[in-house]
Design a protein around this ligand. Structure first.
Ligand SMILES: CC1(C)[C@H]2CC[C@]1(C)[C@H](OC(=O)c1ccc(O)cc1)C2
Length: 228
């Protein structure tokens, strides 16, 4: 790993750790009572704060702000769901002493979300947990997801592809260094990104089913996912 690549990893890891869900949101998850309504409201807060965290994190990805402005928006809108599932998978797969994981899982199960989305979602969380990713790998994998060139409305495909390739190269080297006994580890990480795309599809239906049951989203969530 070159000096520049080490600096890149440090910049991305710092940004990833700096932008976390605020304590007051996680504290609420542990305190509020368990009604389907209350759970949905809490998940709305979690989702909204995760999107805010994602926007702040993305601005700190080296090279992102030099992309075309409209492409920056297209990348954010296109990757928000996947970045959110990835980050919550990383949070849910760390068995936190605070019991936060169980509480969030419990609230997700009792939030009026239909069963058909739970299974793929919790399977994904399990498959992420089994990878025991390091912080750097988590931050880089999220960055690679955000820098996916074939999102809708992205104009300068090559510019995004170059940036993503830089990150893929760093992640590949990092995996070889941090998992020498597992030569296929990097390929397994990328396989998770494919699984993430199927979750993206479920998420659209999840939103629609909530919407039809007259659940209200925040303006930010409506904007990022084009929900009216
Ligand atoms: C853990 C999750 C990634 C999983 C369950 C909660 C999440 C934060 C996310 O919730 C929403 O997308 C969502 C969208 C709109 C809304 O009003 C509430 C939640 C889906």
């Amino acid at each position: 790993i070159t000096k520049e690549q080490r600096a890149l990893i440090k910049a991305i890891l710092d940004a990833y750790n700096r932008h976390q869900i605020p304590q007051d949101v996680t504290k609420k998850l542990l305190q509020e009572q368990y009604s389907a309504e209350e759970n949905f409201l809490l998940l709305t807060e979690v989702a909204t704060s995760q999107v805010q965290v994602l926007v702040e994190f993305t601005k700190n990805i080296p090279g992102f702000l030099s992309l075309d402005r409209e492409d920056q928006i297209a990348l954010l809108k296109g990757s928000a769901v996947e970045a959110m599932f990835l980050r919550s998978a990383q949070v849910l797969s760390e068995k936190k002493p605070s019991g936060y994981t169980e509480v969030l899982e419990e609230r997700i199960r009792k939030s009026g979300m239909s069963e058909e989305f739970m299974t793929p979602m919790f399977n994904f969380y399990k498959s992420i947990g089994e990878l025991h990713m390091t912080q750097e790998e988590q931050a880089l994998l999220t960055t690679i997801t955000i820098l996916t060139p074939d999102r809708p409305y992205v104009k300068s495909h090559e510019a995004v592809e170059r940036l993503q390739e830089t990150m893929l190269d760093v992640l590949r080297k990092l995996c070889v260094l941090q998992h020498p006994q597992e030569p296929q580890y990097f390929a397994r990480l990328l396989g998770r990104l494919t699984e993430l795309r199927t979750l993206h599809h479920y998420h659209v239906e999840m939103l629609t089913s909530w919407k039809t049951n007259d659940h209200k989203f925040t303006p930010l969530l409506c904007e990022i996912w084009d929900v009216q």
